[in-house]
Design a protein around this ligand. Structure first.
Ligand code: FAD
Ligand code: NAD
Length: 495
């Protein structure tokens, strides 16, 4: 085996495998070391995202939504079905099939691009050397690299008061592989994972109780979106309890007993299964030999600058291992950036235009600043809002809950944020990300033609509403004369 590479990447999740492929495309000799193994003991590429995160959760969200719709909604569309049944083993087998196809696809991409795949655990030593402990033989050997990219990702945060216990108290990985629908499911943490996995098991028939420590629901979201989400989730039967602090947890007789406190005092609950979903921790422990001198920030995050450079020359860190949202696409963009920079090219990540999505029904999606963040920054803005109830396509779909909100600078009209809750938010948000990336104004969106009938017309109308001139809703806003915003903005691309 070659022992010297231009680039060695540790971790083959969406940050690391993308960095490895891009670096190889740029003509560099690349190796990627990854220690993920499937429950069957086979090495698999793709990291958390493909094996136990984004992909399996979306497969189950999709399948459970179909099941729920077939049972409760098809009749409303004039579609009669009888004998709708749940085949959980088949649902899980499909999830595993999709995951396997995608992870093998990455192996194929590595091969096609000449990325050397090394199954094992990597550790950074001083002088950009990497010690690799092979997955199967446990033998160690040392590789050398011109550049190192640390992309070791993250793992579920543990809660001392509720330690994992077989298949009764599980983290997100366990909750993606239940062998039966729990009668009564408790979830600690009503964040992204709690809500997505809570939605899956609720649709499949579980009674779901979410215990959230914060008194505020979805604090990272625009307040109006969070309030609408809470209303809709509760209507769907998710029992969300805010300001709930778990104080004790015990397994007894095959069930989980739990105590928590909230503003009203102490309470007891018993669940068939409990999911702990209280955030994730970067995998920085043991990633680097102490004498290598890698700087680690609070919470175990590897210290990096805007270009993902660590304090060590030629050593980069990306993805969940470093500051910023723990999102697959954020890690992938950082992977491309560092590969380009290593190859001597200019590249950047626009951290102001990272889309976020919660894949519940309705979906929540946003990019840029929220209204409360703008207020806190004392930044004058104009807001436009359009409800899906007034959108023809949403009515045809039967998905009329929610809205799109557009926020623009009060002086320049430049878009500052777009927030939505409603159907296909995960796809619609791409329009807004593009607009922010290109520095568009709300008028640019308002002057753009969208096909009819589509959900994206709601984005158009929200932009029109920011100027007080939405067509399909009655606004009590005073119209804005766009000629009063600077000519440079009004004229860009529209002369
Ligand atoms: P990871 O994907 O964690 O990959 C790191 C890899 O490095 C792993 O294979 C790990 O085994 C390996 N590794 C660690 N240490 C070493 C070492 N010392 N040597 C060798 N290998 C090592 N994000 C989204 O954007 N959209 C979603 O819909 C979404 N859904 C999610 C659902 C769930 C249930 C979970 C848990 C997460 C979800 N995420 C989602 C988050 C997403 O999975 C992460 O942000 C993403 O995987 C981070 O990518 P990464 O490459 O930084 O790390
Ligand atoms: P999260 O930060 O989204 O939510 C964790 C929640 O647990 C928070 O609301 C927090 O207040 C609460 N919490 C923390 N300690 C608690 C305690 N002791 N008792 C009760 N509640 C407590 O984290 P997550 O849901 O675990 O997800 C982890 C990461 O994975 C997130 O950063 C997210 O970005 C990523 N992820 C993304 C997606 C997506 O993009 N759709 C999906 C899943 C996960």
């Amino acid at each position: 085996m070659n022992d010297c590479y231009d680039v060695i990447v540790i971790g083959a999740g969406p940050a690391g495998y993308v960095a490895a492929i891009r670096a190889a495309q740029l003509g560099l000799a690349v190796a990627c070391v990854d220690d993920w193994v499937t429950p069957e003991g086979e090495p698999a590429l793709g990291g958390t995202c493909l094996n136990a995160g984004c992909i399996p959760s979306k497969v189950l969200l999709e399948a459970s939504e179909l099941y729920d719709k077939a049972r409760h909604e098809f009749a409303d569309y004039g579609v009669g079905v009888s004998g709708v049944g749940l085949d959980l083993p088949a649902m899980m087998a499909r999830k595993d099939r999709v995951v396997g196809e995608l992870t093998r696809g990455i192996a194929g991409l590595f091969e096609a691009n000449g990325v050397r795949r090394i199954a094992g655990r990597g550790r950074l030593l001083a002088g950009r050397r990497i010690e690799v402990t092979a997955a199967r033989s446990r033998e160690t050997h040392t590789l050398e690299a011109g550049h190192v990219v640390l992309a070791a990702g993250s793992a579920p945060a543990q809660l001392a008061v509720a330690p994992l216990h077989g298949n009764l108290i599980v983290d997100s990985t366990g909750a993606l592989a239940f062998d039966a629908v729990p009668g009564r499911l408790g979830i600690i943490g009503a964040g992204v994972i709690g809500l997505e996995l809570g939605a899956v098991w609720r649709r499949l028939g579980a009674e779901v109780v979410l215990l959230e420590a914060q008194p505020e629901f979805l604090s990272m979201c625009d307040r109006q979106v969070a309030q609408e989400a809470l209303r809709q989730y509760r209507r769907q039967g998710l029992d969300i309890r805010l300001g709930a602090r778990v104080t004790a947890c015990a397994v007894e007789g095959g069930r989980v007993g739990l105590r928590y406190e909230d503003g009203q005092g102490g309470h007891g609950e018993t669940f068939d299964r409990l999911i702990v979903a209280v955030g994730r921790r970067p995998n920085s422990d043991g990633l680097c030999a102490p004498d290598a001198g890698l700087l680690i920030d609070g919470g175990g995050l590897v210290h990096v600058d805007e270009q993902c450079r660590t304090n060590l020359p030629g050593v980069y860190a990306i993805g969940d291992l470093v500051r910023g949202p723990m999102l697959a696409h954020k890690g992938s963009e950082e992977g491309i950036m560092v590969a380009e920079r290593i190859a001597g090219r200019a590249a950047r990540v626009n951290y102001d235009a990272i889309p976020s999505v919660i894949y519940t029904r309705p979906e929540i999606a946003w990019v840029g600043m929220s209204e409360q963040a703008l207020k806190a920054a004392d930044r004058p803005y104009r807001a436009g809002l359009f409800p899906f109830a007034a959108n023809g396509r949403a009515r045809a779909l039967g998905e009329t809950g929610g809205f799109i909100k557009v926020l623009a600078d009060a002086g320049t009209d430049r878009l500052l944020g777009v927030h939505m809750i409603g159907p296909h938010g995960s796809e619609l948000i791409a329009n807004a990300v593009l607009a922010l990336e290109f520095g568009a104004s709300s008028e640019d969106l308002a002057a753009t033609m969208f096909a009819h009938p589509t959900l994206s017309e709601a984005l158009h109308e929200a932009a029109l509403d920011a100027g007080g001139r939405a067509i399909h809703r009655v606004s009590n806003k005073k119209g804005t004369d766009f000629k009063s915003v600077p000519d440079s903005i009004y004229q860009r691309g529209r002369t």
